[in-house]
Each structure stands twice: as C-alpha cells, then as structure tokens.
Design a protein around this ligand. Sequence first.
Ligand code: NZQ
Ligand code: ZN
Length: 390
Amino acid sequence: MDNFVFCSPTEFVFGRDTEKQVGELVVRYGATKVMIVFGGGSAVRSGLVGRVTDSLELKQVPYVTLSGVQPNPLDTKVYEGIDLARKEKVDFMLAIGGGSVIDTAKAIALGVPYDGDFWDFYCGKQTPQKALPVGDVLTIAAAGSEASGNTVITKSDGMVKLSLKTVFVLRPKFSIMNPELTYTLPSYQTAAGIVDMMTHVYERYFTNTTECEVTDRECEGLLKSIIKEAPIVMKYPRNYEARANLMWAGSMAHGGICGVGREEDWSSHHMEHEISALYGVTHGAGLSVVGPARLEYLVDYKAEKLAQFARRVWRVRISQDYREMARGGIECMRRFYRELGMPLTFKDLGIENPDIDTLVDNLHKNKGEVIGEFKSLTREDTRKIFELCL
Ligand code: NZQ
Ligand code: ZN
C-alpha cells in the first residue's frame, strides 16, 4: 500500500426533504449572493428549483439563475456564467442537477476570481488555487461530482473534453442528496449512472499497487451493492431504499475512498471522453461500451487481478486458468449492462461508422502518447480497444 492523504470535507445532507435545508446551508457557508445553476428543465418541472428558491428566500439570501446547462457541458455556458456572476457580485455557486450542472458550477467558481481564461486550468497551464464555494442539490446518482474535486468540460472549439482534478479546491462545501429527487429520471439515465459509478470503482480497483486489501474489499462491496440494487430501481423506479443505496454508492464510488493507498488508472474514462466529445453520447453509455472492451483487452496482460474481480464480484467459478476466469467476469459484466438496457457496441450507441482514427488521435493528443497505469496503452493498444467496441 502506498502512502496517502485522504480528506473528504464535503458535508453530505442525505434523505427525504433535505433540499429544504439549502437556505440554512448556504448561509452557514458564508453566501451573501447565490448563483443557482441548472440544466434543461427537469429540475423546474419537478418543482425542485421552486423549493430551493423558497428556502433561499426564507433566509433572505438573494440569488440569480443560470439555466440551460446541457449534458457533456460546454465552455460557452461557463463563460456566460462567469460574466453573470461577476456582474451580479455572486459569492456562492449552487448547482441543482447532475454531473454536467455541478461541473459547470465548479468551472464558473474557478473562473470568477481568475483574471485569465478559465480553460487554462483544464489544459494544464494553471493550477487551481482558489474558487468560489460550491454547493449542490443532486438529482441523479452517476458522475459523483457531488463528492469529488473534479470537473469535466468540453471546449466547443474543437470539441475537446477535458477533466480537471483538484484535491480540495473544488470539493463541494455541501451536497444535498434526497433519493426521491431521482424518481423522475428516465430509465436510460438511471442505467447510465449505474454504469458510470461502477466504472469509477474499477478505475481504482485495477491497479499495479498491491497489498491494498481494505481498499480492494471496499471496492468489491460497493460493486456488489450496486449490482444488487440496480435491478430493483430499474423495475421499481420509486423504491426509496434502492434509490437511496444507489445514490450513496455513487458518492462513495467517486469520493476518493476507493483509491486510497494506490495508483489509479482512468483509461476507460479517457477513452470514453473522446467518444462523448465526438458523438455527444451519454457518458455512462459510452463507458458501457468501452469499459468492458478495455478489460477484455487486458486479459492477456493482467489476468490475475481480473480473475479476482470475476471471483469476488461476479462469483465466477474458481479455476486454475486466470484468463478463463477473467473472461467469465467480463462476460457477467456485459450481461448485466445489457440487462440494464445499456449499449455494448458503437452500433448500439447509434454510431454506425466510428471514426477510430480521430478517436485515437484526439485521445493521445489530449492525454499523451502513452496512457494508463495498470497497463500502459500506446496508440496501437487503444486502437485495438476501440476496434473491440465494433
Ligand atoms: O438537463 P436536465 O433537464 O436536468 O436533464 C438531465 C440530463 O438530460 C437529466 N436529469 C438529471 N436529473 C434528473 C434528470 N431528468 C429527470 N429527473 C431527474 N432527477 O439527466 C440528463 C443527464 O444529466 P447529467 O448531469 O449530464 O448526468 P451525469 O450526472 O451523468 O453527468 C455526466 C457528466 O459528468 C461528467 C461526464 O463526463 C459528463 O459530462 N463526469 C464528471 C465527473 C466529476 N466531475 O467528478 C466524473 C465522471 O466520471 C464524469 O466524467
Ligand atoms: Zn465517469
């Protein structure tokens, strides 16, 4: 196990009706004027935005709103938000939504106190030092942005989708998590969220660092819980307990605890970000295609850990042949994704003739000639993985 620092300072406020506490929470974290950020309308239609503004008004906290954040959020909305926040002298960002909305609020929070272009942080020219405080009311269990210091934005000029990881600066001050708010999710989004959170766990699980028994078992337990609860929410979208377990699983998957003491390898995510940048697909759906393909490619190199995953998570029969076990585990995972209604190939994603040359070029332009830790992947490797998605 490697040395590590683990700090997750976010205040999680979990359960029914918790959105009514938002006024009290923003005051506690020093807000004098709030910018509420939300997406394409689901949070308005459900009445959630109204309940949040009621709570702010009760505490006499002034606010402005920024609506229309789209999935795979664009830099254009961030620039709009930075201008508005400066003009209105906003000092607290409040996101109502999922990863796209929270990530946009985080990007605005970084951009407001910075003199240059906020994109400097994403392309690595600058390291984030300060940001406006961010809080959120989560409406989908998926990206885990409510528990992470990360944000992912797409630059519309060239459609470059980049993630920015900060240890502390962008961790939300608080995340309000009411599982009932996820009842209105379309089943495709629920399923994509499940795939995303599972991937967040195994991007940390498949590592070359050894002797991480506690962290390994946390990952396996989390995956098994998700596998148990997922079919229940797919069949009964208003089952509170299953929704609650999945919502917390999404935060645990990405809050950092699954990665302590070891290197992480985000290759499936890096590859998926190129697919969603180029084709605009839902992030979790893209992962459902490229994630198992990457693991399949790794069987010849990393069979032992894949066999452990197969045995402990998917209960694959023990065999002397690790490769056979590994393949069995990946097969179970694909079957599970298929049962959720998730795609397994580019074609299932609606991409008939994927431009693999461009995907590979963009990936290595953005992430370097060699990506990955568990297994280093060159252009030749990533091309073969994209080809396994056909
Ligand atoms: O825009 P509205 O109308 O709100 O609809 C959204 C959107 O169409 C809808 N939705 C959300 N909650 C709903 C709802 N519809 C009905 N009822 C509700 N309660 O769901 C759609 C997807 O929303 P989005 O925010 O895009 O989903 P998700 O949370 O999956 O976020 C995906 C984004 O997060 C990034 C992804 O790359 C992608 O851009 N990620 C962010 C991470 C982070 N910051 O740590 C890590 C992840 O790996 C991921 O890369
Ligand atoms: Zn993800």
